[in-house]
Design a protein around this ligand. Structure first.
Ligand code: ES4
Ligand code: ZN
Length: 319
C-alpha cells in the first residue's frame, strides 16, 4: 500500500501524456509537429523552465472540448490514486486556453466532469486553483478573474505560474487583492528560478498562504527563519527541479536541509507527464536519492495534508 498523501502542486495541463496527446489530436483533427509518441518524448530534454513551457503550451493545442479536459483529469486521477494520492489541489491555466479560443466554461466544466465524481470513482478529493500567467499582463490576469466569476463555486483559489524571472509577484498585486475580496485562497510560484526576494514579495504583497517551489529560500537564512516561524508551506517538486535544472541532480536537492531547518516541506509532481513521475514516484525518488528514512517519508505525507486547503474533518478522513 503506497503512503496516503495529498498533492498540492500539480498542473492539469502538465498531466498530458504523449499517448493521450496523440489520441486527442486525432479526435480533434489537430496536427502535431511530431510523427509519434517516441519522437515527441525526444523533445522532453529541457534546459530550463522556458524550454519546457514552450512544449507545454504547444501541446495544449489538442485540448479543445469539455470531454478533452474531463479525459485529461480522469487519466491523472487514476494514476494519482494508484500512487496513494487521496487529495489533489489542481492548477489550471485559463489564459492559455482563452487565448486559443477555448473558454473558461469549457475548461472548468470539463475538469469538473472528472473532479465532481473523483471521490466515488478514484477515492481522491479535489480542489481547483486557477493560475495567472505571470509573463502575460496584469490586465489579462484581471480579465481571467472576471471570466472565472460564474464558476467560483468550483474554484478554491488563485495561483501564479509560467516564466518567473523578470515577472515579480508585485506585478499582480491588484488581481490578488480582487481574488482575496472574492474569498479565494492565494498561492504563487516563487523561488523556482527567481530569487528569494520573489518569495518575500509573494508573502508581503500578494498575501499568499503557501509558496509553490520556494526552493531558493535557502539562499536567505532570514527568509528561512521567517518561513519556519510563520509555518508557510512549500510545495517542492524534486523531479521537476532536476528536469528543469534548478538542481544539478536529485542527490543535490536541498530537501533534507530544508526539512532539517524546520520548513514545512511537501513533495509534489508539478507536471508529471513531462518530468518523469507522479506523486509517489517523487516520494520514492527522494527517498532513494537522499536516503530519507520512514520517519521523514511519514512527515512529508503528514505535511501534505497539513498544508492542504482541506477542512480539519475532511483532512482526517483523507489521511
Ligand atoms: C510550471 Cl514547473 C512550472 N513552473 C512555472 N510554471 C509552470 N506551469 C506549468 N509548470
Ligand atoms: Zn508548477
Amino acid at each position: 500500500m503506497p503512503l496516503p498523501k495529498a498533492e498540492l502542486h500539480l498542473h492539469a495541463e502538465g498531466t498530458l501524456e504523449p499517448e493521450l496527446a496523440f489520441a486527442l489530436a486525432a479526435r480533434n483533427g489537430v496536427e502535431l509537429p511530431y510523427t509519434d509518441t517516441e519522437e515527441l518524448r525526444k523533445a522532453y530534454a529541457f534546459e530550463d523552465l522556458q524550454s519546457f513551457l514552450n512544449l507545454y503550451y504547444e501541446l495544449m493545442a489538442v485540448l479543445r472540448t469539455e470531454r478533452d479536459f474531463e479525459d485529461l483529469a480522469n487519466a491523472y486521477l487514476e494514476r494519482a490514486a494508484a500512487q496513494g494520492v487521496r487529495h489533489a489541489e489542481i492548477f489550471f491555466d485559463p489564459q492559455a486556453h482563452i487565448a486559443r479560443g477555448v473558454g473558461m466554461g469549457t475548461v472548468v466544466e470539463g475538469l469538473w466532469g472528472a473532479l465532481g465524481r473523483s471521490e466515488e470513482n478514484h477515492g481522491v478529493s479535489t480542489r481547483l486553483i486557477m493560475c495567472f500567467l505571470r509573463d502575460e499582463s496584469a490586465d489579462s490576469a484581471l480579465e481571467a478573474l472576471e471570466a472565472a466569476k460564474p464558476y467560483l463555486d468550483r474554484i478554491i483559489g488563485v495561483g501564479l505560474d509560467s516564466a518567473e524571472v523578470g515577472h515579480p509577484p508585485a506585478k499582480f498585486r491588484e488581481v490578488y487583492e480582487a481574488a482575496a475580496a472574492l474569498g479565494l485562497r492565494r498561492v504563487a510560484h516563487a523561488g523556482e528560478e527567481g530569487p528569494p526576494e520573489y518569495i518575500t514579495e509573494a508573502l508581503d504583497v500578494l498575501g499568499v498562504e503557501r509558496v509553490d517551489h520556494g526552493l531558493r529560500c535557502m539562499e536567505d537564512p532570514a527568509l528561512v527563519e521567517r518561513l519556519v516561524r510563520e509555518r508557510v508551506p512549500l510545495t517542492l517538486c524534486p523531479l521537476s527541479n532536476v528536469r528543469l535544472r534548478a538542481v544539478d541532480s536529485l542527490a543535490d536537492h536541498p530537501l533534507p536541509a530544508m526539512l532539517g531547518a524546520g520548513l514545512l516541506c511537501t513533495v509534489n509532481s508539478d507536471d508529471p507527464a513531462y518530468f518523469g513521475g507522479y506523486a509517489g514516484d517523487n516520494f520514492h525518488a527522494v527517498r532513494d536519492a537522499l536516503g530519507l528514512g520512514e520517519e521523514h517519508m511519514r512527515r512529508l505525507a503528514r505535511n501534505s495534508f497539513a498544508a492542504s486547503f482541506l477542512e480539519d474533518d475532511e483532512e482526517r478522513r483523507a489521511r
